[in-house]
Ligand binder design. Sequence first.
Ligand code: ADP
Ligand code: ZN
Length: 715
Amino acid sequence: MVISVLVEINIDKVFDYNVPDNLKENICLGKRVLVPFGKQVLEGFIIDIKNKSNYELKDIISIVDNESILNDELLSLGKEISKSNVCNLTSVYQSMLPVGLKASKNRKVSIRKNTYIRLISDDVIEFISNTRSLKQKEIVSYLLKNKNALTTTFDSSSINALIKKGIIEKYSEEYYRLNDNNSIEDLVTLNEYQIKAYNEIKESSKDVILLNGVTGSGKTEIYMHLIKDALDNKKSAILLVPEISLTPQIIGRFKKHFNNIAVLHSGLSQGEKYDEYRKILNKEVNIVIGARSAIFAPLNDLGVIIIDEEHSQTYKQDHNPRYNAIDVAIIRGKTHNCKVILGSATPMVEDYARAKKGYYELVKLDKRANNASLPLINIVDMTKETKKGNKIFSEELLLSIEDRLNKHEQIMLLLNKRGYSNYLMCPNCGEVKKCPNCDITLTYHKTSNMNRCHYCGYADNNKEICSKCNTKLVNMGLGTEKVEEEINKLFPDAKVLRMDIDTTGNKGSHQKIIDKFMNHEADILVGTQMISKGLDFPLVTLVGVINADTILNLPDFRSSERTYDLISQVSGRAGRSNLKGKVVIQTYNPDNYAIKLVSSNNYEDFYNEEITIRKKLYYPPYSFIALIKVGGKDFNSTIKEANKIGDYLRRNVDKEIVLGPSVASLSKINNIYYFEIIIKYRDKDNIVNILNDVRKITLSNSKINVQFDINPISL
Ligand code: ADP
Ligand code: ZN
């Protein structure tokens, strides 16, 4: 017998091994095996079983698993993902699994076991009356009343004596690190709007349903009803939630109504993740709630797949393999013949377009379930404030903060500093330089003192003055830390908490900040987009967006969409109880359509504006985008290789649609230079085939490293 093995290291090759006779019986696709590899010993997945080979082969060393850990569905799903995302197959299989089950010769995660004792002798009554040892008598009497006892309950010399006498035996049993058994409550009765939406979902003949409901409209309750239906039909369910909203709050809500849930997210230890995953493998759960990679949960007979906050960027993995969990959900939905539900208050423009076109079913939910009103949103024009000398906080925001502090209510201040390079803006008229070809904000590069377009390579010399009104441009670059510092200066008596990547590094620190703020141990919470999702603080009556333009000016065609999402999400944090909420949005672009329309809560109008622009500029959903990143140590040879790839592409696809190579937005990381090629295309299959060819050709080129990002979520 010969097997093909995909070894743990990411080389794009499958190796054949011979199986010695004594191991044949246990060979099975999707199990891990230990194999000799050059001078090393590696682990790998069995991905093919053959009768024989024409070559002399090495023997495998051993089989790691008793059961397959990659079932047939996952094995073929992996191949599909690797092809459509133009990436390495091993990396796809590895990212489907928790650390403890990945192929790796250095596994560190173990199964936890408890050791018990139990009776094995029949004449214990006689033993009890005869023995002189009180301790041994106590153990035996205990085991007459109870089926077993943890070995740690009694002293070991007495236990050993009893084992020697053949009265009791030791045995061990696996247990899971996380365990709960709740009493289960009935689901809430849906209101008339929810029932209508629920019925539309149930009656739809489409594979994918977009549930577009404002925040608080009761989408989560509908999810629970859909999951219950699946379970009633002896099927299982997956619910994906963005990592950040996977708080105990939401998990608790589901555990109140369902048993048999496995939870998968990054807040768990490796051991906990391993155990949650084994619950699925052992068929002890039928609901999986988790972040992106939970879409690979090996549940059989899926009855429904739900993706909450479907517009969230976290569903796309930002490193290899760059898969999108929504695409995977749709493939799995087809395989299991089950519906995929995408839920959001602010859907991805591309998905909304698909729903409008009828590819997806569009189901709407326009009313808040508990009759709470949406907060009042005020836009503050910061160009006017700057003239008054107010750089960070407007008069209105400061007055509102003071007012809330006096009333002992709470305040959230958002500043999204993550992931943007600095850009220059005119403080007088708000002008930001855009690329003449792409209508995308130019990025200011300090070292070269140039403004560059990351799409097409356009660049112009930075003149430091606004071309419209001749004012000196200012460097935009304020962070949360600075905001916290300023607030402390202005309101020395107020207690301030900050939540961003820097303050949430340790396990549990994210939750600690949330708990503190919930207990009103602080008055003001300053944070990045981390504070925008899913949190429910009844005392928050004011939300301030310090600079709504940070995202708007990102060099990305989705920047307006992101701005709309973020502001609408964070606004939803204000006035969730009976206290009326207010939102202050500070911007230098008060007339921008995304900012204007989010303040009137008008997604439909926003969508209509946005889609016109997308059409005009041939951006998704009117095209697909592929991003090819070429990295290399030597600037000149890297650009030469990048040009070769560009030329190859122009020869093989319609050359109009190939842009670049141009210098990547992060042009040099760790002394590696990066160049980007962008393809805007319509013919999916053809482009993917050609890119896979490019991948094959460039793999052997040791001078460069080429990465492919199909439908990148940011550019
Ligand atoms: P969404 O997921 O759309 O943001 P939720 O499902 O979280 O909305 O609902 C918002 C709030 O309204 C929650 O506190 C929820 O328990 C409550 N709620 C939703 N539907 C109902 C209902 N039919 N009856 C009573 N309360 C409801
Ligand atoms: Zn351009």
